[in-house]
Design a protein around this ligand. Structure first.
Ligand code: DGL
Length: 275
């Protein structure tokens, strides 16, 4: 059989590019299609049903473009849509396709980064309210205590490229204080939203130096390397021409400009009209 499938990478907007960057660095040989649903982001405050419907629509679009494997590079979609897609939609309609999220691979390793076994998780309201992280981390590290903080203003700051401006200080500091007030013992903070790595320079200015900040890109990329080594039936069906395509449901010119901030290089996206 001719190798022809791509790996799809999906996020509500730009944040998934922080994960895509690490994946494409660690697995450069494959073909990738990135899709940001910018027209409908942020997803963080939408209901379970809405996030599920939006995510499924985007995943099906990526399948139609020739992706056999899709990574939900979005914690909110991973928390609210992944299980339904894996348990209901794939077996019924797409038995040969796979969709993976970012929460489980992160939960599998995050406990190793805390000496005190007290971890702060910062994410969107959707991710925090789903309780996915305390539940998943509890499976792998029952001795770890998880403290959560929703940061609903951070994605809008990042999506509008205002995250490093002086005006961002108030909301960066506010959520950091609210998290650290929950326990003085927190020594590791997981940035459980793929937009947040862009806030790292700002966060470092507000955090005590001993607190470790953990982003997900490398964790998810390493987990994918491992997944493909264990699933040769998927790996052998992937095209290896190093193609990269970028799509957005939003404005292409704005996407091209903003996405380069996340990716660290210029790109030219195409627009997708979702009905
Ligand atoms: N990058 C998404 C995440 O990881 C952002 C969610 C949003 O659109 O609010 O959760």
């Amino acid at each position: 059989m001719k190798n022809k499938f791509s790996i799809g990478v999906f996020d509500s907007g730009y944040g998934g590019l922080t994960v895509f960057k690490s994946i494409a660095e660690q697995l450069p040989q494959y073909n990738y299609i990135y899709f940001g649903d910018n027209a409908r982001s942020p997803y963080g405050d939408h209901s379970f049903e809405t996030v599920y419907q939006y995510t499924l629509q985007c995943v099906e679009w990526l399948f139609a473009q020739g992706c056999q494997l899709v990574i939900l590079a979005c914690n909110t979609a991973s928390a609210k849509a992944l299980r339904s897609i894996q348990q209901l939609d794939l077996p019924k309609k797409y038995p040969n396709h796979r969709v993976l999220g970012v929460i489980r691979p992160t939960a599998e390793v995050v406990g190793d980064f805390s000496v005190n076994k007290k971890i702060g998780v910062m994410g969107t309201r959707g991710t925090v309210n789903s309780n996915s992280y305390p539940i998943e981390i509890g499976h792998f590290f029952p001795e770890v205590k998880v403290y959560q903080q929703a940061c609903p203003m951070w994605v809008p700051l990042v999506e509008n490229n205002e995250h490093l401006a002086g005006g961002a200080d108030y909301f960066v500091n506010k959520y950091v204080i609210e998290l650290l007030q929950q326990s003085e013992q927190i020594d590791c903070i997981l940035l459980a939203c793929t937009h947040y790595p862009l806030l790292v320079p700002k966060l470092k200015a507000f955090l005590p130096a001993h607190i470790k900040l953990l982003s997900q890109g490398d964790i998810v990329a390493k987990s994918l390397v491992d997944y493909l080594s264990r699933h040769t039936e998927i790996e052998t069906s992937l095209g290896k021409e190093r193609k990269r395509s970028f799509y957005t449901s939003g404005d292409v010119n704005i996407f091209n400009k903003q996405a380069s901030v996340f990716l660290g290089q210029e790109l030219l996206a195409s627009q997708v009209k979702l009905s």
